[in-house]
Design a protein around this ligand. Structure first.
Ligand code: NAD
Length: 512
């Protein structure tokens, strides 16, 4: 069986979505610059020139000019642009979803789900555009009024990872636009085509919106780390939202801190779930399978560690091993496929290395290794690894479908194991015992930014703030009050009296 090539469909979609042909060459060879590949077949879809340092500076300059105009457009009117973007995304959902599949290798329903997430955050941001609420604050001074107001901040740089090539942009951009901030986006060098497609879709919304939208409101920078660094170092960019590995965050965070820019860091996860004695094991099995093997283990929220009570271990883990052995791996475009390709050969090499280390640490590996497929795509068999204790590669994220399983005796021990790693993104407990569930969610429970009960750690909705603690970077984006990071907060005190009382009763009387 041969795999159908990805390139013709990808090029046809780019054309339908109105991506200017000058933006890329559809040849299979590249000179200097990037090549966009499909992980499904390994073939090159297109060649793209990298944005040069001069172009980057110009683009940021235009974005700054756009900021000076965009900040004066009333927020509900800015929301109208995001409403139109949501409409354009609805119209383009099938095409963009399939392009995500072709360029990132996700199964079709996940590609479509990613676009649905973009639509959802647009809806959220439209409402938000009329709710950028400040506070009135009690003042100690007579005939004074104190309030907190929110104002646009400036150009928002967005750096995104390959595994959510479009949704992460939308979590940031939809909020940034209603908050009055233009966006300069540096997508992953592994997924430039979906970024160009999103830019083309947005440009359609901008054309319908009219002249209130300044030139330079949105731009895409094509390239890798060096282009990202130029964005991170530019003083005209007061906020950068960077999504990717903890390694990337360790470089980007200090650079932003050095120039006192605001950082939203959305970094790696090493997410765990605790399976308690009372867990509904059927439901747990399904939740674990999706969370650990979905997106071929390439989600920041992928379940990587399963901490199982010794009383249910033997009832759960052999069943899980069976599911692992029979899961449908293959072409993500095909109905029924649950696990698509890894992004590239490096990902498989990292997976192989981690499994070797796990064996050296006493682990028993079920599955793993390369799954045979035609073409140059790299497919892995998901691995379930029984570990005698939490050690070795279990302590850090390997961005591949590996689930480590270990046993526990009491809940405090399980929570300590759960929290005993560097990352702090997403977490779950499976239990029908309300005391255990509440303890897990309490101040003394999970130390993650996301903590769930009876659902896996993967698959967040946009309504909540998304992000995590510790080596995950501490940033929050998407719902709740994440919008506040994209705005400048001002505390305003107004004196409408005739005297000048000073705060804290300070006296400073001059002869006047
Ligand atoms: P990566 O760190 O290799 O790259 C992410 C982005 O950062 C890319 O656009 C890359 O070009 C850019 N980059 C890398 N080094 C940079 C530097 N020094 N300066 C500026 N930009 C730089 O990550 P990846 O392999 O694309 O994605 C996988 C990783 O992302 C995993 O660790 C995953 O957990 C994480 N991730 C986190 C979230 C989250 O919300 N917490 C979401 C998705 C992915």
């Amino acid at each position: 069986m041969d795999l159908a090539p990805a390139r013709p469909d990808a090029l046809a979609i780019l054309e339908r979505l109105g991506v200017a042909h000058s933006a890329f060459a559809d040849g299979a060879t590249t000179g200097a610059g990037l090549s966009a590949r499909s992980p499904i077949t390994g073939e090159t879809i297109a060649a793209l020139a990298e944005t040069t340092p001069d172009e980057t500076r110009e683009i940021i300059g235009r974005a700054h000019e756009a900021f000076l105009r965009w900040r004066e457009v009333p927020a509900p009117r800015r929301g109208e642009l995001v409403r139109l973007l949501g409409e354009e995304l609805r119209a383009a959902k099938e095409d963009l979803g399939l392009l995500v599949t072709l360029e990132a290798g996700k199964i079709v329903s996940e590609g479509l789900g990613e676009v649905q997430e973009m639509i959802d955050i647009c809806d959220f941001a439209v409402g938000l555009s009329r709710q950028l609420y400040g506070l009135t604050i009690a003042t100690e001074r007579r005939h004074h009024r104190m309030a907190e107001t929110w104002h646009p901040l400036g150009v928002c740089g967005v750096i995104s990872a390959f595994n959510f090539p479009v949704a992460v942009w939308s979590w940031n951009a939809a909020l940034a636009f209603v908050c009055g901030d233009p966006v300069v986006w540096k997508p992953s060098e592994k997924t430039p085509l979906t970024a160009l497609a999103v830019d083309a879709i947005l440009k359609r919304a901008i054309a319908r919106f009219g002249e209130d939208a300044p030139e330079g409101l949105h731009s895409v920078l094509i390239g890798g780390r060096a282009v990202g660094e130029a964005l991170v170092d530019d003083p005209r960019v007061p906020i950068v939202s960077a999504t990717g590995s903890t390694r990337m965050g360790r470089e980007v965070g200090p650079r932003l801190a050095k120039r006192f820019a605001r950082a939203i860091l959305e970094l790696g996860g090493n997410n765990a779930a605790i399976v308690a004695p009372s867990a509904d094991l059927d439901l747990t099995l399904r939740a674990v399978a999706f969370s650990a093997m979905g997106t071929a283990g390439q989600r920041c929220t992928t379940l990587r560690r399963l901490i199982v009570h010794e009383s249910v271990y033997d009832a759960l883990v052999p069943k899980l091993a069976k599911v692992y052995a029979s899961v449908a791996i293959g072409d993500p475009r095909k109905d029924g496929t649950l696990v698509g390709p890894l992004v590239d050969a490096d990902a498989l090499a990292m997976m192989d290395r981690a499994l070797e280390e796990a064996k050296a640490a006493g682990g028993t590996v079920h599955g793993g290794g390369r799954a045979p497929m035609p073409g140059e795509g790299v497919y892995a068999r998901p691995a379930l690894v029984e570990m005698p204790s939490q050690a070795g590669p279990m302590l850090h994220e390997t961005f591949a479908p590996i689930l480590y399983v270990t046993r526990y005796r009491d809940l405090d021990e399980a929570i300590a194991l759960h929290n005993g790693v560097g990352a702090g993104l997403s977490s779950s407990i499976f239990t029908l015992d309300m005391r255990e569930a509440e303890r897990f969610l309490s101040d003394a429970g999970s130390d993650c930014g996301i903590a769930n009960v009876n659902i896996g750690p993967s698959g967040a909705e946009i309504g909540g703030a998304f992000g995590g603690e510790k080596e995950t970077g501490g940033g929050r984006e998407a719902g709740s009050d994440a919008w506040k990071a994209y705005m400048r907060r001002a505390t305003n005190t107004v004196n409408f009296g005739t005297t000048l009382p000073l705060a804290q009763g300070v006296k400073f009387d001059i002869d006047a």
